[in-house]
Design a protein around this ligand. Structure first.
Ligand SMILES: CC(C)(COP(=O)(O)OP(=O)(O)OC[C@H]1O[C@@H](n2cnc3c(N)ncnc32)[C@H](O)[C@@H]1OP(=O)(O)O)[C@@H](O)C(=O)NCCC(=O)NCCS
Length: 152
């Protein structure tokens, strides 16, 4: 059994896990756009549209049989904007760093990320994964990872 973090493309049946993780307090606090609790019907509608959207990819991360979190990539010109969320019960033991690092290795494309400046664990994870800080927009720090031979 592999010990590293792996990924599979999210399926509609993952909706409940994704909703629970999305509505977790820390995930909402660190969200860039909408910090409100999302209702079940709105979430299902969003997930269905997401799974049909060629410019958005959403994956479940797993390790030794446990579903541990999610990572999403949104096409933005010639690169993909990534965001991540580790299930609350798996936080605080280095898995967030592995999740982000393995996601960067696994996904074929140039990457960017936006992280609130007080989201220290995510900033540490981004650095560990090789993302480079390229600036700041208000309270949001901007990150990128350019890979050789890759256009989106
Ligand atoms: C961000 C997230 C993935 C990090 O996962 P995690 O497993 O809790 O973090 P890790 O254990 O891998 O820790 C990452 C690093 O940050 C450090 N860290 C974590 N919280 C910290 C804090 N409050 N202050 C200082 N350092 C902190 C850890 O010590 C670790 O560094 P180290 O290995 O050098 O000790 C997870 O907390 C999460 O899913 N948060 C909610 C969603 C979110 O913020 N998404 C990102 C939106 S851009």
């Amino acid at each position: 059994m592999s010990l590293k973090v792996n990924f599979y493309a999210a399926k509609f049946e993952d909706w409940k896990l994704l909703l629970d993780w999305r509505n977790d307090e820390l995930a909402r606090k660190n969200s860039l756009i909408n910090m409100d609790v999302i209702e079940e019907e709105a979430h299902k509608k969003w997930l269905k549209a997401t799974l049909e959207n060629p410019d958005r990819r959403i994956y479940l991360a797993y390790k030794t049989g446990d579903k541990i979190g999610t990572v999403r990539f949104d096409r933005n010109g010639s690169s993909w904007e990534m965001s991540w969320n580790l299930a609350p019960e798996f936080r605080g033991r280095g898995l967030g760093k592995e999740l982000v690092r393995e996601a960067c290795l696994f996904f074929p494309g140039n990457l960017t990320a936006q992280i609130k400046e007080d989201n220290v664990a995510s900033i540490e994870a981004a650095k560990y994964a090789g993302l480079r800080n390229v600036g700041k927009k208000g309270l949001i720090t901007l990150w990128e990872l350019k890979k050789e031979n890759h256009n989106a």
